[in-house]
Write a protein that binds this ligand. Structure first.
Ligand code: MGP
Length: 237
């Protein structure tokens, strides 16, 4: 007897064929195996989550670089977990004693949990449904000083590409200023995943005197997908 297919929550999809895919996300769906190599094992997505998910090779490289935080940092907080691309890579890296993944959209969180199950790491992650700023003020407050806070925030949709240089001050709904000030009061090690065209002058403003800020572009097929800025002490080349 064939087991009945698992019912997907409302608003959650696993698109098998191009015919089912809404036009706005078809370019992402065509990259699905780059985004999740195990897509065909039943990865779940909401339609909006496709825009912001980090492709797996990039997420793995980012996880390798974030692992270069000081050894005293044993906790990883993924502030905007989305459909789980980064969280899964952090869990697979085996570097962290605890991983907290925060996501405020319950449907997207259901995707992240399910996708982490597909990759066999769901039990290594503490899932928090809600606003990350509230969580950092409550249950994560005491832990955060031993943590790296990683944030892959919304960039206000794909229209970020309309600008040659992306103004991080108008990033919606959280500006660079919002993110940096809220996270850096809790821990020195803060990593943000941002548009490849981000205005570096705005990032440099947050460097300490004499500090060289580390910014890394993550490329696929010879072109940058996005960059990460590493605030704090990371032993990167
Ligand atoms: P893209 O430019 O929307 O499309 O996203 P594409 O086809 O992947 O890249 P292109 O080079 O062909 O234009 C590029 C990458 O940026 C994606 O792989 C995501 O990792 C990331 N990304 C895009 N958006 C709109 C967001 C976002 O809002 N938030 C975050 N955190 N990442 C995003």
């Amino acid at each position: 007897m064939v087991a009945p297919a698992q019912a997907l929550p409302d608003g959650v999809h696993h698109y098998d064929t191009a015919d089912d895919v809404p036009f706005e996300i078809s370019k992402y769906w065509h990259q699905r195996h780059n985004i999740f190599s195990r897509y065909d094992d039943g990865i779940w997505m909401t339609d909006d989550a496709w825009f912001g998910v980090t492709p797996e090779p990039v997420a793995n490289k980012v996880a390798e670089h974030v692992a270069a935080a000081p050894k005293s940092k044993t906790i990883l907080i993924d502030a905007f977990a989305g459909a789980g691309g980064n969280t899964i890579a952090f869990a697979l890296s085996g570097r962290w004693n605890q991983i907290f993944a925060v996501e405020k959209d319950p449907k997207v969180l259901a995707c992240a949990k399910h996708n982490a199950e597909v990759y066999g790491v769901a039990k290594k992650i503490w899932w928090i449904e809600g606003d990350v700023f509230k969580a950092l003020g409550k249950q994560l407050k005491a832990l955060a000083k031993n943590a790296v806070i990683f944030g892959s925030p919304p960039w206000g949709g794909p229209s970020y590409t309309d600008f040659e240089v992306y103004d991080l001050g108008v990033m919606q709904p959280y500006s660079l200023e919002n993110l940096y000030t809220s996270f850096s009061v809790l821990t020195r090690e803060v990593v943000l995943y941002l548009p490849r065209t981000s205005d570096l002058r705005q990032l440099v403003k947050h460097a300490k005197d004499e500090e060289k800020l580390k910014v890394t572009h993550y490329c696929m097929h010879g072109a940058s997908k996005a960059l990460c800025v590493y605030f704090g002490d990371f032993a990167l080349e």
